[in-house]
Design a protein around this ligand. Sequence first.
Ligand SMILES: [Fe+2]
Length: 299
Amino acid sequence: MPGSLFHILEHKEAPLMRPHVEVIQQADLIQHDAEFPRADGGAWQRNLSYDEEIGAASIRVHLEPGWKRPMGYHHAITEWYVLDGGIEIDGREYGRGTYWRAPIGMVVPEIRSAKGADLLVYREAGDYGFTVADRGLDDAEDDWTCMNGDGMEWLPVAKEGPAPGLFIKMLHQHPVTRAYSRLIWAAPGWVDHRLAHHPCSEEAYTLSGSMVYNFGDLYEGVYFYRPAWVKHGHFVSGEPSGCTWLIRSDGELTNLYTGHNEVIREEEALNYDPTSQRPVLAGIPVRSRSMGEWSLDGQ
Ligand SMILES: [Fe+2]
């Protein structure tokens, strides 16, 4: 039964508790107190995508100057990306473009932010729990990843599928699940008129530039979380700088393409006015107010 919930369940890689969010502007969202137990100082967060069953989330965080948290470990796979400002990890300064990742249970050093910072924070497979502990990274059995994306070189996407003009900086890819976090730049003028879908979920936060596609306009601060098997495309990258995102997936991403695409909807209005009282389609993604209505392009 393609297209039904049963179809999605058959392809059960999709974490069903994360709603399809496409698209929201982070500035439209309310601020919550940040979920940073054992930390000192002001911090707030906007929830971009939240799994209310296991506590996994993608959030945009602001740290007030003077925020700090002692050495300890997260109860979720945790990733941070510094959008602006700076943080100190174990006394060393890291600025805009810094990315770090720690597996569950890895003890990370004390983190401070003397001047404040804006961050993207990702949690997978766990909630916001944090336990203070005093073993250092030297004792860690898994890999600690820390790098600055701004200092890396853009590499052309060599994989078959997307139209040429996409460039990548790989931040992290899991050796077993193939889940990745990477920066992608679509050069100005890049177009791909096809619709794509894939067996893994995909989420992206727009860092700079612009892009028009079937779900609307992407520009700085616009975010989507797209479950597996959802079609998306009709991409036209903006001038003059193209579009740059931090993109994550929960598995190996192989694009499947749809050419001609038409959804035919037929129904009979038995006791209502079909022009003013027609039922809406189910499955419309979550959108925030400044993104407007979806035209249903690509449905
Ligand atoms: Fe995709």
